[in-house]
Design a protein around this ligand. Structure first.
Ligand SMILES: Cc1cc2nc3c(=O)[nH]c(=O)nc-3n(C[C@H](O)[C@H](O)[C@H](O)COP(=O)(O)O)c2cc1C
Length: 187
């Protein structure tokens, strides 16, 4: 296996972080991997926002948990509670990727590719990471979406697209075993 394939095979969803903040140099390198992602028609309708603001993360986390608790279906809420009740698992920082609302359909896929570039770059640099779709719950009730968009510095017309939690792993997990049955060749 070459280095790229090794990093892909090593990545796993990290759900327990140390409080230590990665250096700006590392975070910058990871963010740069994000903006090197391909995008439909090279539109690059995203931003890569590195969030080190603990208060902001705490506020988004508690808004997200309140939103999940308010839902009739409690499966997501219960899953997070079973994992320790922390939407962000103690991660010291995260990257939020807002996307242009006008291009939403293609931007969602583009955003996913940015997130995966970030996840793989973080893995290659020794950081735990997990793509965290549930960060969207902080925006979901609409009550604080505008406030969070402003504090995160979303450009006009951009909305939350995706996020990745980052930090040094407190608990290291084995990557999941890939299901080889998912692969087929047509010849
Ligand atoms: C689009 C997307 C959203 C995700 N959102 C969350 C999330 O909100 N919280 C979480 O703990 N994991 C989240 N994950 C991580 C997945 O649960 C995880 O990738 C999956 O269980 C496979 O495990 P692995 O990443 O260790 O291979 C998300 C993954 C993707 C791709």
């Amino acid at each position: 296996m070459n280095e790229t394939l090794k990093v892909i095979a090593k990545r796993y969803a990290c759900r327990d972080y140390k409080s230590e903040m990665p250096s700006d140099e590392i975070l910058q390198a990871i963010a740069e991997a994000g903006i090197q992602a391909p995008s439909g028609m090279n539109r690059q309708d995203w931003r890569v926002i590195v969030v080190k603001d603990k208060e902001l993360m705490k506020d988004m986390e508690s808004e997200g948990m309140s939103y999940l608790a308010s839902l009739e279906g409690k499966s997501a809420y219960n899953r997070i509670m079973d994992r320790g009740g922390r939407l962000f698992y103690g991660a010291p920082c995260m990257i939020v990727v807002p996307i242009d609302q006008k291009q939403f359909s293609s931007a969602v896929l583009d955003c996913g590719i940015v997130c995966q570039n970030i996840a793989l770059a973080a893995t290659s640099l020794g950081l735990g990471n997990v793509i965290c779709g549930l960060t969207g719950t902080a925006f979901a009730s609409g009550l604080r979406a505008e406030e969070f968009s402003k504090r995160l510095g979303f450009p006009e017309g951009y909305a939350y697209g995706g996020s990745i939690l980052l930090g040094y792993a407190n608990t290291v997990k084995e990557p999941h075993t890939p299901d080889m049955d998912k692969i087929s060749f047509v010849e």
